[in-house]
Design a protein around this ligand. Structure first.
Ligand SMILES: [Ca+2]
Length: 239
């Protein structure tokens, strides 16, 4: 028994364990490593969420733009034509509805949104969020109003062409800038108002969904299906 005691004492003397300083240094190193790993994990998670949000915003913008162009194509007449607001009438099968697309700017650095306001009860809704800006451009198809002879009948020319300019609008171009993550992406759409007063079948021949739509003389760079933009190439045939 005294032999065992002696052996234990000897072992303790040979292996004195860790000093307090060594323990503190080890703990400090461990803390730094853990902090680095947590930071990496949180960063990855944040980036993933951010790219999910961006993808969702882009999808919503495409859907919203498609809806605007589709409904404007079915319009029976433009009522008010402002750069960031358009009001028109359309009948989607349940009577004439008055629809307004209106841009509401955001506050401070917050992006804005596009509202779809309807004469149908409880018909107002946000059509597209995360919007930096939207612009509606209006064109006519009565070339007698093309005073400068450039083949494009602008709203300014329609205003000087007698009567109501709105009633002569045949086409609405939409340019939407979306705040997508750190980027601003542009989406463009175009809608020929086939049923508008003063638009004959011949006038709206450019409004079909085929590419190469015959509006190469309009100087604009828009596609006809309302879905190009963002990261799409603009192969819209209107060079
Ligand atoms: Ca012109």
């Amino acid at each position: 028994m005294p032999d065992l005691k002696k052996k234990c004492k000897q072992r303790l003397e040979q292996d004195p364990g860790f000093t307090m300083v060594e323990v503190l240094v080890a703990m400090a190193i461990l803390t730094v490593i853990m902090a680095g790993m947590l930071s990496f994990l949180f960063g990855t998670s944040r980036n993933w969420q951010s790219s999910q949000d961006t993808a969702e915003a882009i999808d919503n913008a495409r859907i919203g733009l498609n809806r605007m162009t589709r409904e404007l194509k079915q319009s029976s007449g433009i009522i008010t034509a402002q750069p960031d607001t358009v009001t028109f009438e359309a009948d989607f099968g349940s009577g004439t509805e008055t629809i307004t697309y209106r841009f509401e700017p955001g506050e401070g650095s917050e992006p804005g949104k596009i509202w779809r306001e309807s004469s149908v009860a409880d018909g107002d809704s946000i059509l597209v969020g995360q919007v930096e800006s939207v612009q509606f451009d209006y064109y006519g198809s009565d070339y007698r109003c093309d005073t400068n002879g450039d083949g494009v009948v602008t709203l300014a020319e329609l205003n000087n062409c007698g009567g109501s300019a709105e009633s002569k609008i045949a086409r609405v171009d939409i340019t939407l800038h979306l705040s997508a993550g750190d980027d601003v992406r542009e989406f463009v759409g175009q809608a020929w108002c086939r049923n508008c007063a003063g638009v004959s079948d011949d006038d709206s021949s450019g409004g079909d969904d085929s590419s190469g739509d015959g509006d190469s003389d309009n100087g604009s760079h828009h596609s006809d299906d309302g879905s190009s933009g963002g990261d799409d190439s603009s192969g819209d045939g209107s060079s």
